[in-house]
Write a protein that binds this ligand. Structure first.
Ligand code: SF4
Ligand code: SF4
Length: 342
């Protein structure tokens, strides 16, 4: 399997990496089987986070015996030194290891002040000093923060949403990271499930020699698809370019990426799904979203108090409460039409 140097870390990681957010949603035995299959197939890079509930634990259960042969990245969303160190101590216990290769500060609103001895950055530096992590990275959804972090020279890696529908500005990050020798990890390469042409998404990112996409994997079929693509990396052809153009047209403008940073909602509205519902209904099989349980979830939007906690937290600056109202109206219309046609 092709490997790439992850910037100044010097780590050689497989260009098909395992994003371990989705394994939160499956049983431990199933997750272990999937992780082990990925490892046996040659994948050596696994990305998780303290925030992903039991994802770290599942990696620990599945891969502890091969720890020296894999590269583990985790993240801490703590905002101060002590919080980062406490998080990492839990991560190490869960992962059944005494170090991670990469500790990433998880989507801070702005890069932490490196001169503040109590900052999250100070916590990461202390973790590196104690040997709990080998390298320090940062993840972000805001281009300004991402660029500032890379330009600061303080981080070994950046993790950022990059895909075939990224803006031209976002797509300048690979060059910036290459110039600064910062490893670049691409998240949301399928834009949270909205990009359905996996081969085109894969081929598009493959054009950037220093980008390492982490593919969120929850099912064997998904793993198989990425292993197939990795075995025979497709080149971008006209059909793929057309598919990308269609996605760019359909997903242009302000759409919800499903990142979940707006949560929790005091009214328990499932915002990352609800705010994308119109797209999900049309771009994935719609039946699982038209159940009574989903109807009830969507109608929670009627309880929205417009507190705007969600929009204040959204890194894409979405007007989430109004977006949700539009999604509910569309959902009801779509459901009615679907019932009529059935
Ligand atoms: S504005 Fe509505 S959707 Fe957003 S957090 Fe408040 S109650 Fe939830
Ligand atoms: S509304 Fe914003 S923060 Fe919430 S899931 Fe969508 S893109 Fe992410």
């Amino acid at each position: 399997m092709e490997t790439v140097r992850l910037g100044r870390t010097g780590l050689q990681v497989t260009r098909t990496a395992f994003g371990a957010l989705p394994i939160q949603r499956i049983a431990a035995a199933e997750a272990a089987r999937l992780l082990r299959r990925a490892f046996d197939a040659g994948i050596n890079f696994f990305d998780t986070a303290r925030m992903y509930s039991d994802s770290e634990e599942k990696i620990g259960l599945a891969l502890a015996d091969v720890r020296p042969r894999i590269v583990i990245a985790t993240k801490s969303h703590a905002s101060d030194r002590k919080g980062v160190l406490d998080h990492l101590a839990v991560s190490l216990r869960n992962l059944k290891t005494d170090y991670v290769d990469l500790l990433q500060l998880h989507n801070p609103a702005s890069p932490p002040d490196p001169d503040d001895p109590e900052s999250a950055y100070a916590g990461a530096v202390e973790a590196r000093r104690q040997g709990m992590t080998r390298f320090i990275g940062i993840t972000n959804h805001r281009l300004t923060v991402a660029r500032a972090a890379v330009e600061s020279g303080l981080y070994d890696t950046l993790q950022f949403p990059l895909s075939s529908i990224s803006s031209d500005e976002d797509l300048r990050l690979p060059e910036l990271c290459r110039d600064r020798d910062v490893g670049l990890i691409a998240m949301k390469a399928l834009s949270g499930g909205l990009i359905t042409h996996a081969a085109a998404a894969f081929a598009f990112l493959r054009q950037f020699g220093n980008v390492v996409p982490i593919w969120g994997i929850q099912r064997e079929a998904e793993l198989d698809e990425f292993l197939r693509l990795e075995a025979h990396p497709p080149a971008l052809d006209d059909a793929m370019r057309d598919a990308i153009q269609r996605d760019r047209r359909d997903l242009a403008g302000d759409f919800c990426r499903g990142c979940g940073y707006c949560l929790p909602c005091p009214q328990e509205i499932p915002i990352p799904m609800a705010a994308r519902m119109a797209l999900l209904l049309r771009r994935s099989p719609c039946e699982p979203l038209l159940t009574e349980a989903w109807r009830e979830q969507m109608h929670r939007i009627e309880q929205c108090t417009e507190c705007r906690q969600c929009s204040d937290r959204c890194p894409y600056g979405l007007d989430t409460p109004n977006l949700l109202k539009r999604m509910l109206a569309d959902y009801d219309q779509f459901s009615a039409a679907h019932r009529r046609d059935a």
